[in-house]
Design a protein around this ligand. Structure first.
Ligand code: ADE
Length: 415
């Protein structure tokens, strides 16, 4: 660590960043006001494993406004904003995270959060719940919340194996989370990360997007908007068809490997870009990962083909292959939007974290009656979150007339 977490100027920088993010988070702010009044989380200990960003800081202070005591660690070793961590610490929040921490420190911090015996855990990727289930049979939280697609997939696998012993709210599955955060948030912030690391002109480049779910389709749309020729690689036929109908070239990874100037993995799966693909790439190909874990680009296979690497720019490594070609990797193959930029903009995190706060409140109120397993937040909350967010954008919501409401409620239509 080359800074002091107790440094007041670092904390002051973080406080400004948090204040700016808060000014873009009206939905969370409206929940904060209600929490301040009603204290629905009084006496509740929350252990959170989330990206330590300005947006997360606003979630932490909202939970605290509701009466909770919070302890926070990082959900990725490279995503912590140290100034934000310092500001939270200065504000009395327990934060265990430092940018670029190693695996030992990352898991030590997760265990430290669990030492507080949280009533509720909050995850982005399910590392906290996984550690709890493996190492702390003595802990019996009311429940947990999960922010991201990878975490939800992991939790469903735990439920199928019969090891998930409490309810988890899949915040990711709320419409006001995945339709906005995953698509618009990942789309914009992943390109932001690549641009900050490379200062590349996207216009005219061939950009290969691997994975066309909510996140990948956002990345493809934004790359196309910047003038890139987008090539999509997908294993799901419906998603592949959807990419084709957006006008993108859809092909195999073996074929795409020869075509791309830039490759962005957004699959949540392992070794999506691997040895044979590096062998086929053009000199100077740029690789970035927008999936949760740093497993999508097989860096071991890249290292095995390389004579060495050097850091060219902030979060940009150049690998020299034995045949002289170069491959550039952004943010060490970790989540590019948080490793090389600042993550999703506050506007989308506003809705995601509003859902997180509502999920915590729901667990406190009704968690004891929820069965162990993965649950969605009640659907009406999507409408409430979206209506506030729409207002911020200046959009007016129309209302059905009484006649129209009656028509939709009847089965005698068309007459
Ligand atoms: N995940 C993606 N972007 C994020 C952000 N800005 N804050 C917290 N988690 C995130």
């Amino acid at each position: 660590m080359d800074f002091d977490i107790a440094d007041p100027s670092l904390a002051a920088d973080g406080a400004l960043r948090i204040e700016w993010a808060r000014s873009r988070m009206p939905v969370l702010d409206s929940i904060r006001e209600r929490f301040e009044r009603d204290k629905p989380l009084a006496g509740i200990r929350i252990g959170a494993c989330l990206h330590v960003t300005a947006e997360t800081a606003n979630l932490m202070t909202t939970l605290r406004a509701g009466g909770a005591e919070v302890a926070l660690c990082a959900s990725n070793p490279l995503s912590t904003q140290d100034d934000v961590a310092a500001a939270l610490v200065a504000d009395g929040v327990a934060v265990y995270a430092v940018r670029a921490e190693d695996a030992d420190s990352y898991y030590r911090h997760i265990r430290t959060v669990l030492e507080a015996a949280p009533h509720i855990t909050m995850d982005d990727g399910a590392d906290l719940v996984t550690t709890l289930l493996k190492e702390r049979p003595d802990l019996h939280p009311i429940g947990s919340t999960e922010e991201t697609t990878t975490g939800v997939i992991r939790l469903r696998a735990m439920a199928a194996d019969g090891v998930l012993r409490f309810p988890v709210v899949a915040v990711n599955d709320s419409a006001t989370k995945h339709l906005f955060d995953n698509h618009h948030g990942t789309g914009q912030s992943s390109l932001d990360g690549i641009l900050r690391a490379t200062n590349l002109l996207f216009a005219g480049k061939t950009v290969v997007v691997i994975g066309y779910g909510h996140c990948g389709s956002g990345v493809a749309a934004r790359a196309s908007g910047l003038g890139a020729r987008v090539v999509v690689v997908e294993v799901d036929p419906v998603r592949a068809l959807s990419a084709a109908m957006e006008g993108f070239t859809v092909t195999t990874m073996a074929n795409a490997a020869r075509l791309g100037d830039v490759f962005i993995t957004v699959t949540g799966n392992l070794h999506v870009i691997r040895g044979e693909h590096f062998d086929a790439m053009r000199d100077g190909a740029i690789l970035a990962n927008a999936g949760h874990f740093d497993v999508e680009i097989d860096l071991e296979a890249l290292a095995a083909r390389s004579t060495g690497k050097r850091r060219l720019r902030h979060e940009l490594d150049e690998w020299k292959l034995q045949d002289g070609r170069r491959v550039l990797v952004v943010a060490e193959g970790r989540l590019v939007n948080l490793g090389a930029a600042e993550g999703h903009p506050a506007e989308v995190m506003d809705m995601s974290f509003a859902n997180q706060a509502l999920a915590a409140e729901w667990l406190v109120r009704d968690g004891k009656s929820l069965a162990p397993g993965v649950h969605r937040l009640p659907e009406h909350l999507d409408g409430e979150v979206a209506a506030i967010a729409l207002k911020r954008l200046g959009g007016g919501l129309d209302l059905l007339t009484d006649e129209q409401a009656r028509y939709l409620g009847s089965w005698e239509m068309g007459t």
